[in-house]
Design a protein around this ligand. Sequence first.
Ligand SMILES: *[C@@H]1O[C@H](CO)[C@@H](O)[C@H](O)[C@H]1NC(C)=O
Ligand SMILES: *[C@@H]1O[C@H](CO)[C@@H](O)[C@H](O)[C@H]1NC(C)=O
Length: 184
Amino acid sequence: MLVKFLLFASLLALSQQQQFSFGGCPTVQIQPTFDLNAYLGDWYEIVKFPASFENGQTCAKAHYDLKPDGHINITNTGKGPHGEKIMANGEAKLVATDGSAKLQLRFAAGTPWGNYWVLDTDYKTYTLIYSCTNMIGISHIEFAWILSRQRTLDQAIMTRLYALMTSFNIDTNHFLPMNQTNCD
Ligand SMILES: *[C@@H]1O[C@H](CO)[C@@H](O)[C@H](O)[C@H]1NC(C)=O
Ligand SMILES: *[C@@H]1O[C@H](CO)[C@@H](O)[C@H](O)[C@H]1NC(C)=O
């Protein structure tokens, strides 16, 4: 069963081109407080760890609304490699019991929830999101995104967020920039 699980996990990682690394998940500090209402609205992707479901995409934008059940309705939009409009709908929910910014997200009902941890946000400028799943302690799959309220983000903020991640032993070399030019 262990072997099957590991095989499944690595196939999943490969098929989704997620960042798959050996060793356990790094220990990170999740933002200790979270104001869900202040977090809603538009966010533009500045950099992210590679994920195949966004391959070739430009102008990636996320819109977060509140659903009647208190979950966040996520609408991701962007442009495909040939300029076509791309849209994906998902949801996130707050799972922390200690008030921290620990959320989970999924892109289709019935699929497993993935971690969505906000490591740092000021709600009005930037957010740094991280997700890591341990594969029985010997390997892990991770995602990270930096989103901005605008299509650009101040370099000083980027530098500070990269330093924060490095302090948690997350490899920021995995980040790829999102092209946010010629979008409107
Ligand atoms: C969630 O957003 C989608 C668009 O991505 C919209 O069609 C749907 O009605 C919204 N659902 C709720 C419950 O707000
Ligand atoms: C970003 O996309 C625009 C048009 O979609 C293109 O003209 C530009 O060269 C791209 N920039 C980079 C750095 O790839």
